[in-house]
Design a protein around this ligand. Structure first.
Ligand SMILES: *Cc1c(COP(=O)(O)O)cnc(C)c1O
Length: 359
C-alpha cells in the first residue's frame, strides 16, 4: 500500500484506498478483458452492467423505493441549482428556500432566473453559523417545494433532523449523502455531486420521484429535462463512465462495512473526537453553533489569522493536508467524510494540542 497523507480536503476528497487500487487496476485492464475501463463503450454489456449495479447499490444503501428514479448526470451539483427550478417550477411558480450558506445562496440565484424564489429563512447575518429548526420559519403557502442544503460544506453546519413540511422537500446532499440513513418519502428530489462523499468529480447523483418527471415545462431543452435521462437510464448521451464506476465501488465498500448505519456511527465518533478537542480549550473556537455542528466538515478558528496560516502550514508538513478553511470564512476546516480514517482525526487532535502549547 502506498504511503498516504491524511487528506482533509472538502472535495474532491479522500476515497477508500481499496477503491483507488481496484480502480487503478481496472482503468488499465478491466477484469482481465484486455481493455481499460475508460476505453469501453458506454453501450457495451460490461458498462451497462456497471451502471445497473451502481444504481441498484445506491438504491439499496439509501433504501430508495421503485417510484423514485436514480440518475447519474453531469455538470456538477451546480447545474442542479438550475435544473431543479427548470423542471419543478417554471415561470410564475415559487420555490421556498432555506438560505444556510454559499450553496443555498447560489441555488436561490438560479431559481430567481427561472422562476420565483421565496427565502423562508436566512442565517447569513450570523455568518451562516447555524441551520434553522421548523419553528424558525414559515414556508410560502404557494410554494411548490421547500429546498434546503443538508450539510453546509463551507460553514460546517448540518441539519440533524430534516425540515417537516406539507410541501415536498428538495435537498442538496452533496456533502453528506450516504453519511447516514434517511427516509426519502418526504422528498421530491435529492441531488449530490459525487466528489465529496461518494466518488470522483464528474457525476451528480439525482434521485427524483417519478411523478415529477412530467411537470417539466415545454420550453426546457432536452438535456436539461430529468425525464430525458430517466427514460434512458442515464444513457441518453455518454454518461460520466469513470465516475459512475467508482461510485459503484464506493457503494460496495460501504455495504461491506455495514452500510449507512455503521458508517453513521463511525462518523459520529470521529466528529466527537474533534469537537471535544475544540471545546476543551479557548484557543480553538468552533464556527458552528453547537446544535448545528456538521459531522462532515468541522470548522474552527485560532486566535489570529497568522496562527491559522502557521497551523495549516505545520499540519501539512506532518501529513495533515487540506486544513485551510474556505476563503469566504477563513480559519480551519477539517473535512472528515465517510472514507476519512479515524486515525487521521486522532493525529489531528494530537497536533492541535502540541500546536497550542508552542503557539
Ligand atoms: C461542493 C458543493 C456543491 C458544488 O458542487 P459542484 O459539483 O462543484 O457543482 C454544491 N452543494 C454543496 C453542498 C457542495 O458541498
Amino acid at each position: 500500500m502506498p504511503e498516504r497523507i491524511y487528506n482533509f480536503s472538502p472535495g474532491p476528497a479522500t476515497l477508500p484506498v481499496e477503491v483507488l487500487q481496484q480502480a487503478a487496476k481496472d482503468v488499465v485492464n478491466y477484469h482481465d478483458k484486455g481493455i481499460g475501463l475508460i476505453e469501453m463503450s458506454h453501450r457495451s454489456k460490461d458498462f451497462i452492467a456497471i451502471t445497473d449495479e451502481a444504481e441498484s447499490l445506491v438504491r439499496e444503501l439509501l433504501n430508495i423505493p421503485q417510484n423514485y428514479k436514480i440518475l447519474f448526470l453531469q455538470g456538477g451539483a451546480s447545474t442542479q441549482f438550475a435544473m431543479v427550478p427548470m423542471n419543478l417550477l417554471g415561470p410564475g411558480k415559487i420555490g421556498s428556500y432555506l438560505n444556510t450558506g454559499t450553496w443555498a445562496k447560489k441555488s436561490i440565484k438560479e431559481a430567481k432566473i427561472i422562476a420565483s424564489a421565496h427565502v423562508a429563512y436566512s442565517s447569513e447575518e450570523t455568518k451562516f453559523d447555524h441551520v434553522p429548526s421548523d419553528a424558525d420559519y414559515t414556508v410560502d403557502p404557494a410554494a411548490e417545494y421547500l429546498y434546503f442544503v443538508s450539510n453546509n460544506t463551507i460553514y460546517g453546519t448540518q441539519f440533524h433532523t430534516f425540515p417537516k413540511s406539507e410541501k415536498m422537500l428538495v435537498c442538496d446532499m452533496s456533502s453528506d449523502i450516504m453519511s447516514r440513513p434517511f427516509d426519502i418519502t418526504p422528498f421530491g428530489l435529492v441531488f449530490a455531486g459525487a466528489q465529496k462523499n461518494m466518488g470522483p468529480a464528474g457525476a451528480t447523483l439525482v434521485i427524483v420521484r417519478e411523478d415529477l418527471l412530467d411537470r417539466v415545462p415545454e420550453n426546457v431543452p432536452t438535456m436539461f429535462r430529468y425525464k430525458t435521462h430517466a427514460d434512458k437510464g442515464s444513457m441518453f448521451n455518454t454518461p460520466p463512465c469513470f465516475a459512475i464506476y467508482v461510485i459503484g465501488l464506493v457503494c460496495k465498500w460501504l455495504k461491506a462495512n455495514g452500510g449507512l448505519p455503521a458508517i453513521e456511527k463511525i462518523n459520529k465518533e470521529k466528529a466527537a473526537i474533534l469537537y471535544e478537542a475544540i471545546d476543551g480549550t479557548d484557543f480553538y473556537r468552533g464556527h458552528a453553533r453547537k446544535d448545528s455542528r456538521s459531522l462532515m466538515n468541522v470548522t474552527f478558528n485560532l486566535p489570529t489569522p497568522e496562527l491559522e496560516a502557521k497551523f495549516v502550514q505545520e499540519g501539512s508538513k506532518l501529513g495533515l493536508d487540506g486544513l485551510k478553511g474556505h476563503r469566504s470564512i477563513g480559519g480551519i476546516r477539517a473535512s472528515i467524510y465517510n472514507a476519512f480514517p479515524k486515525q487521521g482525526v486522532i493525529d489531528l487532535v494530537e497536533f492541535m494540542k502540541k500546536f497550542e502549547k508552542t503557539a
